[in-house]
Design a protein around this ligand. Structure first.
Ligand code: NZQ
Ligand code: ZN
Length: 389
């Protein structure tokens, strides 16, 4: 590895069936006032809400609630939550849900004691918090984002049509603890499960497709991808296969908890394209990534050919014998495409509601990253988006 890095991950995890009981070990570490944060109601239907509230009550907590956090949480909702958390004098924010709820809790955590406008400070100027940060705990119900063990918080500004993620450097923004029970994900609709699987895959690719050095992070990334492919096929055939779902859950956490970014410049352009599509369509995050990935990777393949050959051989078992490097690399992407079709992922942005006349505006919302194999021009962004229609 040639890059320098620092590594710190303070999130404590409780993994496996019945892990919710460990909430009772964590809660006494915080003050009396807990703000319970959740989404549109899935946790009320599947019983997770009742289990959580029972433990909160048994630990003697005062519980206020922020309900109705939508997928792709909005700035307006952030402002509303900040007011609720201030009124409740929150000592702990407990997020029970998927990446949207966990991200949202982190955004509230850095905003409650912030005197400035959080959008301007964190999502326009990308500053770090200089105020008190409320502690966040998570009970995860949807797998994919890695939000349970990272400092990322993505917020959508619907007026500006911008969906922006801030990955905070301050590790105090990371959840203090997260409860990961694979059975809690069994009630997810199939398309959410597969969107999450692709989100995980994309997170690994975003870090893998960068840099030229021989790097331990890349070997870890390949192992995570192989595990994910294996388990995704089992889970797709049988959504309640605990072993497969638990492997997927654990892979998601390691795919984006900073480990495999160590020593890497990392790309993240697929996420920038996907988030721009998301800002204009409000489509499911993982599906926005699947819809743009193939056009993007085929576009940048010539600039990172060696890594695409390695990807084909080590992740997709492509035999390079008798093939040019370009043919091996393309065979890898073809194998990836057929896996994506097998999972039933969105293969183009038209399926997500984007139309040709939206391309220029989506390109305007696309941030250009510097760390991958190609720094895109605006014309290239437009070309990739058109190829994704
Ligand atoms: O709102 P409810 O009713 O709970 O329903 C949710 C939601 O509709 C449902 N759901 C969650 N758990 C369920 C369930 N339904 C049935 N049973 C369960 N057990 O699933 C839907 C999607 O939930 P959401 O939290 O939006 O999904 P996800 O985990 O994919 O999170 C997406 C958000 O995370 C951001 C995305 O941009 C998006 O805003 N990301 C965060 C990242 C990070 N923190 O590092 C990185 C990612 O790349 C991503 O950008
Ligand atoms: Zn993602």
């Amino acid at each position: 590895m040639l890059g320098n890095f620092s590594y710190c991950n303070p999130t404590k995890l409780y993994f496996g069936k019945g892990s919710i009981k460990y909430l009772a070990d964590e809660l006494p570490k915080y003050g009396k006032n807990v703000v319970l944060i959740y989404g549109g109601g899935s946790i009320k239907k599947n019983g997770i809400y009742d289990e959580t509230v029972k433990i909160l009550r048994s630990c003697g907590k005062n519980v206020a609630e922020i309900a109705g956090v939508m997928p792709n949480p909005t700035l307006k909702k952030l402002h509303e939550g900040v007011q609720i958390a201030r009124r409740a004098k929150a000592d702990l924010l407990l997020a029970v849900g998927g990446g949207s709820v966990c991200d949202y809790a982190k955004a509230v955590a850095v905003s409650v004691h912030c005197e400035e406008d959080p959008w301007e400070k964190y999502y326009v100027r990308f500053e770090e918090p200089d105020c008190e940060i409320l502690p966040v705990g998570c009970v995860l119900t949807m797998v994919g984002t890695g939000s349970e063990m990272n400092a990322g918080a993505v917020i959508t500004n619907t007026d500006a049509k911008l969906k922006i993620g801030h990955v905070f450097k301050d590790e105090r923004v990371m959840p203090r603890f997260s409860v990961l029970d694979p059975e809690y994900t069994f009630t997810l609709p199939r398309h959410q499960m597969t969107a999450g699987i692709f989100d995980i895959f994309s997170h690994i690719c975003e870090q893998y497709f960068s840099g030229e050095d021989d790097n331990t992070s890349d070997y870890l990334a390949e192992a995570l991808m192989r595990s994910l492919l294996h388990s995704s096929r089992i889970a797709n055939a049988n959504m309640t296969d605990y072993e497969a779902r638990s492997n997927i859950m654990w892979t998601a956490t390691w795919a984006l908890n900073t480990l495999i970014a160590c020593g890497k410049s990392t790309d993240w352009e697929v996420h920038m394209l996907g988030q721009a599509v998301g800002a204009h369509t409000d489509a499911t995050h993982g599906m926005t990534l699947s819809a743009v990935s193939l056009a993007y990777y085929r576009h940048i393949m010539p600039y990172g050919l060696k890594k695409f050959v390695r990807f084909a051989e080590n992740v997709w078992d492509v035999d390079p014998d008798g093939k040019t490097d370009e043919q091996t690399a393309e065979a890898g992407l073809a194998a990836m495409e057929s896996w994506m079709r097998e999972l039933g992922l969105a293969m183009n942005i038209t399926q997500l509601g984007a139309t040709a006349d939206m391309i220029e505006a989506i390109a305007d919302s696309t941030l250009i990253m510097q760390g991958g194999y190609r720094v895109l021009t605006r014309d290239e962004v437009v070309k990739i988006l058109k190829e994704s229609l």
